[in-house]
Write a protein that binds this ligand. Structure first.
Ligand SMILES: [Zn+2]
Length: 175
């Protein structure tokens, strides 16, 4: 039974010959070449649409698988995302962040403690919301506290004075 092999070989040879003819025509017949390019573009577009539609259908049918994929992707790309987020939000390179972290000895610039509270890695970059200028690295709680106090020095000092005043009231009552 050599026939199928012969047939396959003949087919392959015919294919090669056709490809060679097409290459020659492509090189010498600009009109035909343009038509071929247009067909290739259309084919690509049609398939892209079909692939996108299939992906959408699959995503709708498999929400759990989608969530898992996203989690995996996020895990893998955490470093890259962090790097681009640093740059986008604060104009910092990872090296600049590293230098700040080392200079602060991993301690929050306000409370002086390590960030053991947040689940995310490391200290937050604190920046002035008006000028965008980076001020320093803060633990998650201090960073949020300053934000909740509207980044406002007067309010923060008023809060400190308020606590001091009431501590004094309690101390005097104890005398
Ligand atoms: Zn802190």
């Amino acid at each position: 039974m050599t026939l199928p092999t012969d047939a396959a070989a003949r087919k392959a040879a015919a294919n090669e010959a056709r490809k060679e003819r097409d290459r020659l025509r492509y090189a010498t017949d600009p009109e035909w070449a343009e038509k071929k390019r247009r067909q290739a573009r259309e084919w690509g577009r049609k398939n892209a649409e079909r692939n996108r539609a299939r992906a959408r259908e699959w995503a709708v049918a498999n929400p759990e698988a989608v969530a898992k994929r996203q989690a995996e992707w996020y895990g893998k790309n955490k470093k890259i995302q962090r790097k681009s987020a640093l740059k986008r939000k604060y104009g910092l390179t990872p090296e600049q962040y590293e230098a700040m972290r080392i200079a602060q000895k991993d301690l929050c610039a306000v409370c002086g403690e390590r960030d053991t509270y947040s689940s995310t890695s490391g200290l937050c970059v604190d920046h002035c919301h008006e000028t965008g200028r980076v001020r320093g690295l803060l633990c998650n709680r201090c960073n949020r506290a300053i934000g909740l106090m509207r980044d406002n020095e007067r309010i923060l000092q008023a809060a400190a004075g308020y606590i001091r005043h009431h501590d004094m009231v309690i101390a005097n009552a104890a005398d």
